[in-house]
Design a protein around this ligand. Structure first.
Ligand SMILES: NC(=O)c1ccc[n+]([C@@H]2O[C@H](COP(=O)([O-])OP(=O)(O)OC[C@H]3O[C@@H](n4cnc5c(N)ncnc54)[C@H](OP(=O)(O)O)[C@@H]3O)[C@@H](O)[C@H]2O)c1
Length: 262
């Protein structure tokens, strides 16, 4: 990547994005802005707590502050952003709001998820119509350093994707907690239960990552006719857990819509 990228807000997500970018471009092309100097920043990466200092030097600006910090940040902004590429990861902040508040035109609204920290994230994104194909390809290059990227057909789909890849890591961790709690009820110690649950899930994920079989094929490989797994999965099906899960996601969508409108 030849462009200069500034990250504004070096918290959990900004820090993760910085580390991913450092793996694929020279640190001197990455500028960082935070109220206080973050630890672990390469000596060749320029740091400033002044947004204008950074914004004037960068071709692309990644906004990674909390949504509630946006107004305070914008209040100090005097740099013309109309020719810069702005990538916002602020949850619930629409392209129209970003356009109005920053005066920028080339804006990407993106939703990365937590596994971005290890380069196995999912980033769903939409762009304003002012972005050229070349600029979108540049943005894709950035997102590819986070993991998988998907351009959404419309901004409305951000709400839907938020309950899939955005919240998704929490579902996985909940499953580990549920399996671990069940193992404890079945007589295992807390440590044994956690180890049994995590190793089973991580091992299955590793197996799946080989790409040799679909999820269904792997499930069938564990499920013998009239066997134990079949009995468990039959119960899950009878209780309509798939429907309950879908309804849970719909509840999340309602919540997301409410948060965006407030
Ligand atoms: N966490 C996730 O899984 C996730 C996933 C997708 C999207 N997001 C989005 O990512 C954004 C960041 O979330 P986070 O969890 O990384 O938040 P965070 O850890 O609180 O980080 C925010 C950072 O912004 C800095 N900051 C605030 N105001 C600033 C200003 N005026 N100038 C410079 N720096 C400023 C803060 O610095 P100080 O600490 O010095 O105030 C802090 O380091 C949010 O908008 C969130 O919606 C998060």
């Amino acid at each position: 990547m030849k462009k200069t990228i500034a990250i504004i807000g070096m918290g959990n997500m900004g820090g993760a994005i910085y580390r991913r970018l450092c793996d694929s471009m020279p640190p001197e092309q990455i500028l960082v802005c935070n109220r206080t100097r973050p630890v672990g920043i390469h000596t060749k990466s320029y740091f400033s707590s002044n947004i204008n200092d950074l914004a004037s030097r960068a071709d692309c600006i990644i906004l990674a502050v909390k949504p509630q910090s946006l107004d305070e940040l914008i209040a100090t902004l005097t740099t013309d952003l109309s020719k810069k590429i702005i990538i916002s990861i602020l949850a619930g902040t629409t392209l129209t709001t970003l356009q109005k508040k920053t005066g920028a035109k080339k804006i990407i609204r993106a939703m990365p998820n937590l596994p971005t920290q290890v380069g196995s994230g999912v980033t769903a994104w939409v762009a304003t119509s002012f972005m050229s194909m070349k600029e979108k390809n540049f943005v894709k290059e950035i997102f590819n350093t986070f993991g998988y990227e998907i351009q959404l057909r419309s901004e409305a789909m951000i709400t839907n994707v938020s309950v899939i890849s955005g919240c998704g890591p929490a579902y996985f961790f909940t499953l580990i907690e549920m399996m671990s709690a069940a193992a404890q009820r079945l007589g295992f110690s807390a440590r044994e239960a956690e180890k049994l649950a995590t190793t089973t899930f991580l091992g299955s994920a590793k197996l799946f990552a080989t790409g040799s079989k679909s999820a269904r094929e792997w499930r069938e490989a564990v499920t013998s006719k009239k066997g134990v797994t079949e009995a468990v999965l039959k119960y899950v099906k009878e209780k309509k857990v798939d429907t309950i899960f879908y309804q849970a996601l719909k509840a999340g969508i309602q919540r997301s819509k409410k948060l965006s409108s407030s």
